[in-house]
Ligand binder design. Structure first.
Ligand SMILES: Cc1cc2nc3c(=O)[nH]c(=O)nc-3n(C[C@H](O)[C@H](O)[C@H](O)COP(=O)(O)OP(=O)(O)OC[C@H]3O[C@@H](n4cnc5c(N)ncnc54)[C@H](O)[C@@H]3O)c2cc1C
Length: 369
């Protein structure tokens, strides 16, 4: 196994030498990442641990960690982050849904987004109000989603809507594959503090969705959502391990040019590097365990999310602290200030830091409420 992984690493590094792409002038980040996803897929590096019948390679989960590590160390763009939505389809979708949707999701031909949060349902996701009403063999979906990452670029949305009574909480929720080009869908990008529009509001007005696009049975939406967010909290599942590795790589380079030999820089970089290595080891062990068990990830993934947040925020705090005014005035090669601001969102998306602590206290440690 060790030899096979070493050979895999060497092959990947050689491939990166000739295939890493850079953004075109004015290319939106989401479209650049899509192009990179497709390039990686064509090279045979996406879906390493996915079943072969849906376009994957049937390798162990540990290969996803290795991919993340190598892509990050190389300083290449992030490994694809969208597979966590596909995991829900893999586990809950019908054979027809898997065959129809998974290949495009894996190859990067189709962009997907996650339509869970609403204006009054974020941490309290069981409070969602979007409704899906069955009429013959079609659902009509009406409601509003918010903070939907890449909603304005997505082809499909894995969307939660209520099929049961309005006060049914967790029990009355179902999950749907909603094609976002459908009549009745309006996507409005939201401009964030980073000056980018990573996420959007999505308004749905009597949007017709075939009953065959419901994932799982009516009422399965809560289980599907919980499984999806558990995968989303994994640093290799969303490509963030590679992102942090690449950030560290870039920061080392920038500081070597600006503050060569500075002991304060060495100390701070050492500190964040240790945090990154702890995360990487933890994720490696976690995914190794996944190879030995058929059970999908659960509430324990909140540990991964907290570690991921810590690394993200420590890295970017170190960057603005060590680069000082150069980072704030945009004189650096990378927009560190924008990246620092985005890192503040790490303790919110995928479930806030406080919610992760609640999950660990109640569902992992069994502490009283
Ligand atoms: C960059 C970014 C991308 C996102 N992308 C998506 C996406 O693609 N799809 C999607 O569906 N959503 C997405 N979200 C939304 C995200 O999941 C929610 O913002 C998050 O779950 C928090 O919900 P909220 O914003 O409604 O805050 P609230 O739930 O209103 O929480 C406000 C504050 O109260 C705290 N709080 C709430 N309840 C409790 C409690 N019981 N105990 C202790 N503290 C509590 C929270 O921790 C938080 O600090 C994204 C968010 C961000 C920032």
């Amino acid at each position: 196994m060790t030899d096979e992984i070493a050979e895999f690493r060497a092959r990947l590094r050689a491939w990166l030498d000739t295939n890493v792409i850079t953004p075109e002038p004015d290319e939106p980040h989401a479209l650049f990442l899509k192009r990179w996803h497709q390039t990686l897929f064509e090279g045979g590096w996406v879906g390493l641990s996915w079943p072969r019948e849906y376009g994957g390679q049937g390798l162990g989960n540990i290969y996803d960690v290795v991919l993340n590590e190598e892509v990050g160390e190389y300083g290449a763009p992030d490994a694809p982050r969208i597979g966590y939505l596909g995991r829900a389809l893999l586990q809950w979708g019908t054979e027809e849904q898997r065959e129809r949707y998974l290949p495009g999701l894996l190859s990067g031909a189709d962009y997907w987004c996650q339509g869970f949060s609403e204006p009054n349902a974020g941490s309290d996701l069981a409070g969602i109000a979007a409704r899906a009403v069955l009429d013959g063999d079609t659902y009509r979906i009406t409601g509003q989603k918010v903070w939907t990452t890449y909603g304005d670029y997505a082809d499909y949305c894995l969307l939660l809507a209520r099929t049961g009574p309005a006060d049914g909480r967790h029990k009355g929720i179902s999950a749907f594959i909603v094609p976002l080009r459908s009549p009745g869908v309006e996507v409005r990008p939201i401009r964030a503090i980073t000056d980018e529009s990573e996420f959007s509001e999505i308004f749905l007005d009597e949007v017709e969705v075939p009953a065959g696009n419901r994932v799982g049975a009516e009422g399965d939406g809560w289980g599907i959502a919980m499984m999806t967010v558990a995968y989303e909290r994994g640093a290799a599942d969303v490509g963030y391990l590679s992102k942090f590795g690449a950030t560290l790589h870039e920061l080392r380079g920038e500081l070597a040019r600006r503050r060569p030999g500075d002991p304060l820089v060495r100390r701070e970089l050492g500190r964040v590097e240790v945090l990154y290595r702890v995360l990487s080891q933890h994720v490696g062990r976690r995914l190794g365990e996944r190879d030995d068990s058929d059970a999908p990830p659960g509430p324990e993934m909140s540990v991964d999310k907290l570690l991921m947040t810590e690394v993200d925020q420590a890295l970017h705090e170190a960057a603005v602290k060590l680069l000082g005014p150069a980072a704030l005035l945009g004189e650096t090669t990378s927009p560190w200030l924008r990246r620092y601001l985005y890192s503040r969102a790490a303790s919110i998306y995928g479930g806030s830091e406080q919610i992760q602590l609640n999950i660990l206290a109640q569902r992992v440690l069994g502490l009283p409420r």
